[in-house]
Design a protein around this ligand. Structure first.
Ligand code: TMP
Length: 205
């Protein structure tokens, strides 16, 4: 009944934050999930990334993965009254694909929003981890993640998009300086999620 999403550029520390949250929030029995990859469609998305599919194909595959994710995981969990925490969600598309579709589609963010309009489930709250791109790349180096998305200039644009999107919806976003010690980031996010869960769960969805 409460949907919380975690977002940020590659290397912003989402993975270690999520492992810590799995332990510290276990009493709330959250459903931890992710995009891409919660369903078989996610495998096709990873293939498109690996094969460097054209940006429109890639964007539509990410959106298809979102549709399958909603159907298979998010909607049933919310209907069952669960707290859902998703590692990446629509904002990843709005930030990454707004950058990759630049120059291909006249208004990438408007197009992406229209693609999701009417069927997506908007998140209740979103944690955005922000870290300088150089530091994010340094943290990620040697970890074997897709090079396609790690190019610094792209990530700079992606981060700018995240910051712009979060500034437009200050009530939904909690923007965290991910350059702080990991324990500090974890403590801030963990207590924010507890507070949101407490205040939002009684509300009728
Ligand atoms: P991951 O590293 O969190 O598994 O995500 C894989 C990559 O896919 C990462 O570079 C972010 C990117 N991505 C998009 O470009 N658009 C999206 O909608 C999503 C969910 C991820």
């Amino acid at each position: 009944m409460v949907l919380i999403t975690l977002d940020g550029i590659d290397g912003s520390g989402k993975s270690s934050l999520l492992s810590a949250l799995e332990k510290s929030l276990s009493d709330l029995s959250p459903v931890f999930t992710r995009e891409p990859g919660a369903t078989w469609v996610g495998e096709q998305v990873r293939r498109a990334i690996a094969e460097r599919a054209d940006p429109v194909t890639e964007a539509l595959l990410f959106a298809a993965d979102h549709a399958a994710h909603l159907e298979a995981v998010v909607r049933p969990a919310l209907a069952a009254g669960r707290l859902v925490i998703s590692d990446r969600y629509t904002d990843s598309r709005y930030a990454y694909q707004s950058a990759t579709l630049e120059g291909i589609i006249p208004d990438p963010l408007g197009w992406l929003k229209a693609v999701h309009d009417g069927w997506t489930v908007p998140p209740d709250r979103t944690v955005l981890l922000v870290l300088p791109v150089a530091e994010a790349l340094r943290r990620k180096s040697g970890k074997g993640v897709s090079e396609h998305f790690e190019e610094a200039t792209l990530l700079e644009r992606v981060q700018e998009n995240y910051l712009r999107i979060s500034a437009e919806e200050p009530m939904r976003f909690l923007v965290i300086d991910a350059g702080q010690p990991e324990e500090k980031v974890h403590a801030l996010v963990s207590s924010a999620i507890r507070e949101w869960h407490g205040s939002l769960r009684s509300r009728h969805r």
